[in-house]
Design a protein around this ligand. Structure first.
Ligand SMILES: [Zn+2]
Length: 366
């Protein structure tokens, strides 16, 4: 028996990252390392997430967003934990002042896993603790003006936490696609002045690969004005989607409140770039309405200047361009927002309709 255990320890180091499918996870002799159960309890520190605090409420929102995926897996959040610690058999989340423990990172998901052979491969996640660095300037807010993503001064807690709970469900970093498991702060949905952290298509697909597809109904499509840019080590980097001229060339632009504003002429043909995601269970072919708005909140009540449709399987995000004509009766010297609403006709019954619209800002030349 002792021999077997010592073999187990050696074999325990034989984990590697698989990379043949979209999302990534740890493996053990080819088996996916994941939770045995499809429901895992995560306990929140009562000191870090006290009753009535904006951080408890943000954490609750994040957990429900992570759970809003088409796999069988979900977290059960328990609040009020008065004794948190590593390797104590409980999955816990807290803020620490000990930056060294996190190696200076803004947050870390510490995972304890097993992988050994004992008359068959035994593998799984035993415990995950998600720890946030108190020395980082976080905001629990979802208002654009507060977030470093949009020129604000604080790191969004909600996207950071969504990334860490992605680790907690078994996902590793991902650098190939627009993905929450890459750089988190610019993996975000925005419409109007508010943002929404979300798990996204690739991570949701990873959850399905690990835990199987839910037996329940879960459909959701979304639009983002961010896209894949490239890699930063094992992280994907993202950038805002753009507006191009009719041949795909760059339009002149300037910065305003942390966002790009593209200069256009009345009657000009442009290409609007956005990223569509299918965060749900089934293939969808949503209709998309394109709008011009006098404010940054895009809705079906705005002036519609085009329609189209997309075919979206559940795999990886789809960044696309749509040719549109700037109406010739817009006012010169004025700002507008060119946007789109996915499933504008409400044909899909979705878990969230809040993430269906987004925009790129424009300025009409004289
Ligand atoms: Zn990470």
């Amino acid at each position: 028996m002792k021999q077997l255990i010592s073999i187990a320890i050696v074999l325990g180091s034989l984990t590697y990252i698989q990379s043949t499918e979209a999302a990534s996870w740890r493996t053990c002799s080819g088996n996916k390392i994941k939770w045995d159960s499809n429901t895992v309890t995560m306990r929140a520190s009562n000191v870090s997430f006290p009753s009535g605090s904006s951080y408890r409420s943000a954490l609750q929102t994040v957990i429900s967003r992570v759970n809003d995926n088409p796999s069988k897996f979900n977290f059960n959040l328990s609040t009020g934990d008065t004794s948190v610690g590593f390797d104590n058999g409980q999955n816990e989340t807290w803020f620490t002042n000990d930056s060294d423990a996190l190696d200076g990172a803004p947050a870390v998901a510490f995972s304890w896993t097993h992988c050994y052979w004992l008359f068959g491969w035994r593998h799984g996640i035993d415990e995950v603790d998600v720890v946030f660095n108190n020395n980082v300037t976080y905001t629990s807010s979802s208002n654009k003006s507060a977030l470093n993503t949009y020129g604000g001064s604080a790191r969004p807690f909600r996207t950071t936490a969504t990334h860490e709970f992605g680790h907690a469900l078994g996902l590793l970093h991902e650098n190939r696609y627009y993905n929450i498991m890459g750089q988190d702060w610019d993996f975000i949905h925005a419409n109007g002045n508010s943002t929404r952290a979300y798990l996204g298509e690739d991570a949701a697909n990873g959850a399905v690969i690990l835990y199987g597809t839910t037996g329940g109904y879960m459909e959701d499509v979304s639009l983002s004005h961010h896209k894949y840019l490239g890699t930063s080590g094992e992280y994907s980097r993202h950038q805002p989607t753009r507006l191009y001229n009719s041949s795909g060339g760059n339009l002149s632009r300037f910065g305003n409140s942390g966002e790009w504003v593209y200069r256009v002429n009345k009657g000009q043909t442009v290409r609007l770039e956005l990223t569509a995601e299918n965060n749900g269970k089934s293939y969808q072919s949503p209709a998309v309405g394109y709008y011009v708005s006098t404010n940054n909140y895009i809705s079906t009540g705005d002036r519609r200047i085009g329609t189209g449709s997309l075919g979206l399987g559940r795999n990886i995000p789809y960044t696309f361009q749509r040719t549109l004509t700037i109406p010739s009766n817009l006012n010169s010297g004025q700002y507008y927002w060119l946007g789109a609403v996915i499933d504008y006709n409400g044909a899909i019954s979705e878990s969230s309709g809040v993430n269906n619209a987004t925009y790129v800002r424009i300025y009409v030349n004289y």
